[in-house]
Every structure is written in structure tokens, then in C-alpha cells.
Design a protein around this ligand. Structure first.
Ligand code: NDP
Ligand code: GDR
Length: 370
């Protein structure tokens, strides 16, 4: 039975990857951070009582800023595969917490690689590093492939740039199977609530249900290549199953503006929008309601701009070229953008409908913080 160690198991990708690997018959070890409230909501359905027999899912306390902890966890678990998904993953927040982001996203990667070397596991343990399309940053060429030059535009991307190159360096210096998946944005119903797609699907669901007036957004012109996290965790696994250690771009090859993602999300509840105005004055108004369940007043303002969501330096355009992954890995995504938006809207509508019932019954409701 193969053993995998996943950092960031409580995050979006960690949850989907753990489920995927358990289905493949792996023994899965996950690293979770100690927090004052339980933070395992995304993986609770995978939990196995450690007192039972044949348990294949194990959680360990840990943190990528703690080298001793990283070394001990790898020593205890002796993994065949490590998926380093742990990160301060929010680009906007990285401008507020640049040093911490560098510690976790940059040096955290080094701690994993060095632990494997210290423990003499270079020939046993394969390492997947969660690299990112944010490395491309300021546009050099499109579509972006494995050979496109990097120009990072945030403390997050600069930290991930270190993670990328230290992974390449350990592969070349010590002949380790250490590889980068350069993943473009991928989303799902499990996406963190403050990333743009989830913020939109949550906001639109609440507007449709009549419990929110409007959503405040940042840069609507930004272009992203959005895929589904379920498809992308499969690519992570495929990258580690290859004979040769190589880096791969994982993307859909389709790019879309934030403004159009908003339109598609409203479209899921039968609401049509038009955007009027320029810059900070731009607003989104309802022009039609085609679903009797969700009736909003025509002309209602449902989208406005709040400059606090702008970044000091922005990545304007991400558009990936997944040719290498498709030809060499045989990877093929199952979700296109409409299917992704549908999946996220279905899940969020369901969530908020349940929440409304609880609310009506006088029970505590969800945290709407964004
Ligand atoms: P999430 O933000 O959902 O999850 C991040 C995970 O990292 C969480 O489990 C979090 O723990 C954990 N973490 C944060 N800080 C530390 C730390 N100091 N030590 C150990 N673990 C820590 O991210 P995603 O699942 O979306 O992304 C997974 C990885 O892929 C990240 O590295 C991200 O940067 C990268 N990536 C993501 C893309 C995307 O579009 N989703 C695209 C390209 C790359 P906790 O739950 O306690 O906060
Ligand atoms: P990104 O994702 O920065 O690409 O990083 P995010 O969803 O935060 O932003 C995408 C684009 O939308 C614009 N935007 C807004 N973003 C947020 N969060 N909130 C808003 O209100 C808003 N309005 C407009 C942003 O300016 C940006 O251009 C994600 C993370 O998962 C990284 O960890 C990962 O590496 C990259 O994707 C690939």
C-alpha cells in the first residue's frame, strides 16, 4: 500500500486530493495546524476512528514554519509521495503578511525538501510542489506554458517563485523526484470564501434569496483561466506517477473576465445583468428575472466596486497552455467553466437555503464575513 503525506490537507485541494488518494487505495497522512476552533470541516467526511482496524486516514499536528516538526513527520510516516499544498495562499493577504507568506510558501518548501534529504529518503520519496500560475504575473506571452518566463507580482508569487526554483534545484543537485505542478486557478464548492469565484457564488446566492443587497468587488477586468479542483488534484497525482520528474502546466486553456463570471453566476438563478459606468463608478444592474423562484426588481443595483479589494500590483491576464499535460500525462479535465459555475452555485444555494431555515427557526446562522 502506497503512503502519501499531504501538507495543507484542511484546504480545498488537500480535501479533494485526500479523497482521491483514499479511493486509489493509499494510506493518507495529513498535516493540520493547531487552531482554537476545529478546522477540519472539509475533510470530516473522511475521518476514521483511530481505534478501528485498517485505518488509512491519519491526521498529524504540524506547521511548515517548524523544521523539527516537518522532519519528524516525514520520519514517522516514511511517505512514498509528499504533496506540499500547505501555504498562505491568498494573494491579496500576502501584501499584508509578506514575511509570514515567505516563511510558509518559500522556506516551507525548502524544509520539506531538506527533511527528505536529511532522512536519506531521496530515492524513496517523490515530492509534488504546489506551484502556481501567479509566477507568470506581468504578462510576458500568452498562452502561458512551461517555457514562458516568470515575472511575479505579489509577495505570494515571489515566495512561490523560491518554492519553484528550490524544487528544481533539489531535483538537479540530488537527483530527487521533486516536481512542480504550475496550476492555474481552480475552484469548487470547497473554495475558500474570500477568493473571487466563491465570494461571487456566495453573494449571488444570498442576493437571489433576498438576504443580501449587493456584492462589493475589486478588479472586474481581471482575466483568469478557471478549472475545477477535482480535475486538478488528479493531475497532481498523474505528475508523480511519471517515469521522469518534470514540471507541468495544468490549465483549461480558456480565459474569462471576473465580470463574466459574475454574469454566469447570476445566470444560474435566471437573473440577467448589465454593467454601466467606468472604474470605481461601475455598477451591475438587474435587467431581467427569468426564474419565478428568484424575483428581483428590474434595475436593482447588485454589484458595486470597493477599492479595498484592489491589489497594489495586479496580475491582469492568466491563460494557460495545457498541451504538455494533455499529451504526456493524458490529463483531460471533466469540467468546463459553465459546469464549474453550476456546481458552485448549486452548492451555495443549497447552503444558504438551509441557513435561512435555521435562521427562521431562531438558530445561529453562518458567518458572512468576506
Ligand atoms: P487553501 O488556502 O484552501 O489551503 C491551504 C492549506 O495550507 C490549508 O490547509 C492551510 O491550513 C494550510 N496552511 C496554511 N499555512 C500553513 C502553515 N504555516 N503550515 C502548514 N499548513 C499551512 O489553498 P488551496 O487548497 O486552494 O491550494 C493548495 C495549494 O496550491 C496552495 O499551496 C496554493 O498556494 C496552491 N495553488 C492553488 C491554486 C488554486 O487556484 N487553488 C492554484 C495554484 C496553486 P488551515 O486550514 O489551517 O488554514
Ligand atoms: P488569485 O485569486 O489572486 O488569482 O489567486 P482570487 O480569486 O483571489 O482573485 C482572482 C482575480 O479576481 C480579482 N478580484 C477579486 N479577488 C478577490 N479575492 N476578491 C474580490 O472582491 C475581487 N474582485 C476582483 C483579483 O484582483 C484577481 O485578479 C488564486 C489563489 O488560489 C492562489 O493561491 C493561486 O496560486 C492562484 O489563484 C493561481
Amino acid at each position: 500500500m502506497k503512503k502519501a503525506l499531504i501538507t495543507g490537507i484542511t484546504g480545498q485541494d488537500g480535501a479533494y486530493l485526500a479523497e482521491f488518494l483514499l479511493k486509489k487505495g493509499y494510506e493518507v497522512h495529513g498535516v493540520k495546524r493547531r487552531s482554537s476552533l476545529i478546522n477540519t470541516e472539509r475533510i470530516d467526511h473522511l475521518y476514521q476512528d483511530p481505534h478501528e482496524q485498517d485505518v488509512r486516514f491519519h491526521l498529524h499536528y504540524g506547521d511548515l514554519t517548524d523544521s523539527t516538526n516537518v522532519i519528524r513527520l516525514i520520519q514517522e510516516t516514511q511517505p512514498d509521495e509528499i504533496y506540499n499544498l500547505g501555504a498562505q495562499s491568498h494573494v491579496r493577504v500576502s501584501f499584508d503578511e509578506p514575511e509570514y507568506t515567505a516563511q510558509v510558501d518559500g522556506l516551507g518548501t525548502l524544509r520539506i525538501l531538506e527533511a527528505v534529504r536529511i532522512l536519506g529518503l531521496e530515492k524513496k520519496t517523490k515530492i509534488y510542489q504546489a506551484s502556481t500560475s501567479e509566477l507568470y504575473g506581468l504578462v510576458q506571452a500568452v498562452p502561458q506554458s512551461e517555457t514562458t518566463p516568470f515575472y511575479p507580482r505579489s509577495p505570494y508569487a515571489v515566495a512561490k517563485m523560491y518554492g519553484y526554483w528550490i524544487t528544481v534545484n533539489y531535483r538537479e543537485a540530488y537527483d530527487m523526484f521533486a516536481v512542480n505542478g504550475i496550476l492555474f486557478n481552480h475552484e469548487s464548492p470547497l473554495r475558500g470564501e474570500t477568493f473571487v469565484t466563491r465570494k461571487i457564488t456566495r453573494g449571488v446566492s444570498r442576493i437571489a434569496l433576498g438576504v443580501l443587497d449587493k456584492i462589493y468587488m475589486g478588479n472586474l477586468d481581471s482575466l483568469r483561466d478557471w478549472g475545477h479542483a477535482k480535475d486538478y488534484v488528479e493531475a497532481m497525482w498523474l505528475i508523480l506517477q511519471q517515469e521522469k520528474a518534470e514540471d507541468y502546466v495544468i490549465a483549461t486553456g480558456v480565459t474569462t473576465k471576473v465580470r463574466d463570471f459574475i454574469r454566469m453566476a447570476f445566470g444560474e438563478v435566471g437573473i440577467e445583468l448589465e454593467f454601466k459606468g467606468e472604474g470605481l463608478e461601475e455598477k451591475g444592474y438587474v435587467t431581467a428575472c427569468n426564474n419565478p423562484e428568484y424575483q428581483l426588481e428590474i434595475g436593482k443595483e447588485v454589484v458595486a466596486i470597493d477599492p479595498r479589494y484592489f491589489r497594489p500590483t495586479e496580475v491582469d491576464l492568466l491563460h494557460g497552455d495545457p498541451t504538455k499535460a494533455k499529451t504526456q500525462l493524458g490529463w483531460e479535465p471533466k469540467y468546463d467553466l459553465p459546469a464549474l459555475v453550476n456546481d458552485m452555485m448549486t452548492a451555495d444555494l443549497d447552503l444558504f437555503k438551509k441557513d435561512l431555515h435555521l435562521n427562521k427557526g431562531g438558530y445561529r446562522t453562518m458567518n458572512y464575513f468576506e
